[in-house]
Design a protein around this ligand. Structure first.
Ligand code: FAD
Ligand code: SF4
Length: 530
C-alpha cells in the first residue's frame, strides 16, 4: 500500500462553490451528502492535524488507524467521482488546525459556503461553531448536518429522563428496543419472553476451551508510523508484532462484522466477562473502531446480529444476540446521551475528590500484579482491552487507589483504538471511576481479588497472594477495597447497593480493621513499586 500515492490525486483547491469538512471519525459513505452523486461545485476536505494528534498522548496504532482510514476514505470518494482535498500531516500548507486550514481552503477556492457534520466531541463542537461564526462574518454561508449515524439525537436521552432524579439504562434500553422494533415479536413483546438475558451470560472460560483467533488485516502501515514519528507526535505503544489488526475501510469493517457473526457471536454473551491469557479479544467483536469512525452504522451491526439469531437460533441463542445488541442499542446510545446532557461540567466531576497521580507502570505494564501487567501490556501491544479488563482490572485498581480522574481519563483517552471523548469519558469518569457521583451507574464497580481470581487465570503464579489480605505479600486489591470503602463512607453508606460492605466491615475485629487499613496505606506509599 503506497500511503503517499493514495492521496496524490486528492489535492484540489480549484475554484468551488462549497467546502464540506469531513472529520476523522465521520467516514460514512452512506451519508446523504453523497447521495446525489458527484457535485462539481462541492469540495470535500479532510486533514491530518496536530490539534487532533496532540490533545492526548495517543497509542501509535490509534493515530495510524485514523490517518489510514481517512486516506482510504478520501480515495474512495475520489474513486466515486467526488472532488476531494486532503491535507497530509507533513504538507507545507498544513496550518495544523481545523480553523486555519478551512479558512485557507475557503480563500483559495473562493467557496461561499461551508458545511460540516455535527461532531461527537464537545471541544470540536465549540471549535467548529466558532469557525462557523467567523465564516458568517466574512459572508460565507454555513450549515451543520447531522452525522446520520446514531439512533438518537444528542439531547434525546435528556428529554427521555426529563423530570426524573436519576438516569438508568434499563428503561431507556427497553424504549429503544420497542421504538426500533429490535428483537421484538409481532405483538410488541420482547423476543424470548424477557428484555434482558444478562443472568445467562458472563461465565468463566472452561478449562481447555479454545478461542478462535482475532481476525487481522496485515496491512503495512510503517509509512504512516514514520510520518507520525518524524513529525514529533508523542505517542505510546508500538505497531503490533502479530500484524496489523484493525479494519480501515467499510469493506474490511463488513468483513470483520461477518467474522464476528459467524465465528464469535455464538459465544459472545457466555464469555463476555471472562479474563484470559489465551486471547486478547476473547469473543468480543472489536467493531468499536469501525463504528466510532462511522465506517459501519450501529443499525447495520444490530441488524446482522438479529438476523443471525432469527435464521440460526440453534447456534446463536437469544441470550448472545440480546447481550450484544444491548451494548450498542443500549449502552452506546445511553453514554452519548449522558455526554451531551452533562458536558462541559462532566469533564470536571470528581465525586471522591481523588488526587493521586497515575503510577508510571500504567504506561509500561511493569508491575508485579499479574492481572494489571497483562491488561496494561496487552493494551500497549494491541491498543485494545475488552470491557472487563478496562472496568474490573485497570479501572478497579485506579478507583480503589484513589487516582485523580483527570489522569485516568487521559490514559483511557490515549491508549485505546476506539477512544473518543463522548464514549471514553462517560465510561471512565462515569461507569468506572464513579466520579460523576452516580449519573451513569447506581454504584461504583469495585472488587477485591476474588472477582479477578474467579474470572481469570492471573492469580495463579502472581507475585501476590490472592487470598491474603494483610501484609506486604497480600494482593493489594484486598486491603485497598476496604480502604476505599472506609475513606468514602459518608458518601456511600446510604447507597442501598453498598450497605452489605459496611455491615461486613462493622462486624470485623478492630485489630483486623486496623491491619487492613495499614496494609492499604503501605501499598499506596509504594504504589510505583507494586
Ligand atoms: P464488544 O464487547 O464486542 O461490544 C460491542 C460494541 O458495543 C462495542 O464495539 C461498543 O460499540 C458497544 N459497547 C459495549 N460496551 C459499551 C459501553 N460501556 N459504552 C459504550 N458502548 C459500548 N468504548 C469505546 O468505544 N470507546 C472508549 O473510549 C471506551 N472507553 C472505555 C473506558 C472504560 C474505563 C470502560 C470500562 C469502557 C470503555 N468503553 C469504550 C466501552 C467498551 O469497553 C468498549 O466499547 C469495548 O471494549 C470495545 O470493544 P469491542 O468492540 O470488542 O466491544
Ligand atoms: Fe491481580 Fe491480586 Fe490476583 Fe495478583 S493476586 S493477579 S494482583 S488479583
Amino acid at each position: 500500500m503506497n500511503w503517499k500515492e493514495i492521496i496524490t490525486e486528492c489535492r484540489d483547491v480549484q475554484s468551488a462553490d462549497e467546502v464540506n469538512l469531513i472529520c476523522g471519525d465521520q467516514l460514512n459513505e452512506n451519508h446523504s451528502w453523497y447521495a446525489d452523486g458527484p457535485n462539481p461545485g462541492r469540495l470535500y476536505l479532510l486533514m491530518e492535524i496536530r490539534s487532533e494528534t496532540d490533545y492526548a498522548r495517543h497509542h501509535i496504532q490509534k493515530v495510524v488507524a485514523f490517518f489510514g482510514a481517512m486516506r482510504l476514505f478520501a480515495k474512495r470518494l475520489k474513486d466515486l467521482g467526488h472532488r476531494v482535498h486532503y491535507i497530509a500531516l507533513d504538507d507545507e500548507e498544513n496550518q495544523q488546525s481545523f480553523a486555519a486550514n478551512v479558512s485557507f481552503v475557503l480563500n483559495r477556492s473562493g467557496a461561499l459556503r461551508f458545511s460540516w457534520q455535527q461532531p461527537d466531541e464537545y471541544r470540536l463542537d465549540e471549535a467548529l461553531n466558532s469557525l462557523a461564526a467567523d465564516c458568517e462574518k466574512k459572508g460565507v454561508d454555513t450549515e451543520c448536518a447531522d452525522t446520520e449515524h446514531f439512533y438518537t439525537r444528542r439531547m434525546d436521552l435528556a428529554e427521555f429522563f426529563k423530570g426524573k432524579k436519576t438516569y438508568r439504562l434499563e428503561n431507556f434500553y427497553r424504549s429503544m428496543r420497542a421504538k426500533h422494533h429490535i428483537l421484538m415479536d409481532t405483538e410488541g413483546n420482547p423476543e424470548g419472553g424477557q428484555w434482558n438475558f444478562d443472568a445467562n451470560n458472563r461465565q468463566k472460560l472452561p478449562k481447555d476451551h479454545v478461542i478462535p483467533p482475532p481476525k487481522l488485516y496485515h496491512r503495512d502501515v510503517t509509512f504512516l508510523q514514520n510520518l507520525v514519528h518524524t513529525a514529533g507526535v508523542d505517542t505510546v505503544g508500538n505497531l503490533d508484532l502479530e500484524g496489523w489488526g484493525w479494519p480501515l475501510t467499510r469493506e474490511e469493517g463488513l468483513n470483520l462484522l461477518e467474522y464476528f457473526v459467524d465465528v464469535l457471536l455464538p459465544h459472545f454473551g457466555d464469555y463476555q466477562d471472562a479474563l484470559t491469557r489465551q486471547s486478547w479479544s476473547v469473543y468480543h467483536s472489536r467493531l468499536s473502531f469501525v463504528m466510532n469512525t462511522k465506517l459501519l452504522s450501529p443499525a447495520e451491526v444490530n441488524h446482522a446480529v438479529e438476523l443471525a439469531w432469527r435464521s440460526h437460533p440453534e447456534s446463536v441463542s437469544i441470550s448472545q444476540a440480546e447481550g450484544f445488541i444491548r451494548q450498542i442499542l443500549g449502552w452506546r446510545e445511553y453514554m452519548r446521551g449522558i455526554y451531551w446532557a452533562h458536558m462541559p461540567d462532566y469533564a470536571t466531576l470528581n465525586f471522591f475528590e481523588h488526587k493521586r497521580p497515575l503510577p508510571d507502570w500504567f504506561w509500561t505494564g511493569e508491575t508485579k500484579m499479574a492481572c494489571l501487567a497483562h491488561a496494561v501490556g496487552q493494551t500497549m501491544q494491541h491498543a485494545y482491552a475488552h470491557h472487563i479488563q478496562r472496568l474490573m482490572v485497570t479501572g478497579n485498581f485506579a478507583l480503589l487507589a484513589g487516582i485523580d480522574p483527570d489522569e485516568v481519563d487521559r490514559w483511557y483517552l490515549g491508549v485505546y483504538i476506539d477512544a473518543l471523548e463522548w464514549v471514553e469519558i462517560t465510561n471512565t469518569r462515569g461507569m468506572s471511576q464513579f466520579a460523576d457521583g452516580g449519573i451513569v451507574g447506581s454504584k461504583p464497580y469495585t472488587s477485591s481479588a476474588q472477582y479477578i481470581k474467579k474470572m481469570g487465570p492471573y492469580c495463579k503464579g502472581c507475585h501476590y497472594i490472592p487470598n491474603a489480605k494483610i501484609g506486604k505479600d497480600a494482593c493489594p486489591f484486598n486491603a485497598l477495597y476496604w480502604h476505599f470503602h472506609v475513606r468514602n463512607r459518608t458518601k456511600l453508606e446510604r447507597n442501598p447497593r453498598i450497605g452489605m460492605a459496611y455491615r461486613t466491615w462493622d462486624k470485623m475485629a478492630p485489630e483486623k480493621q486496623q491491619a487492613l487499613l495499614e496494609t492499604a496505606e503501605m501499598n499506596l506509599d509504594r504504589i510505583e513499586e507494586l
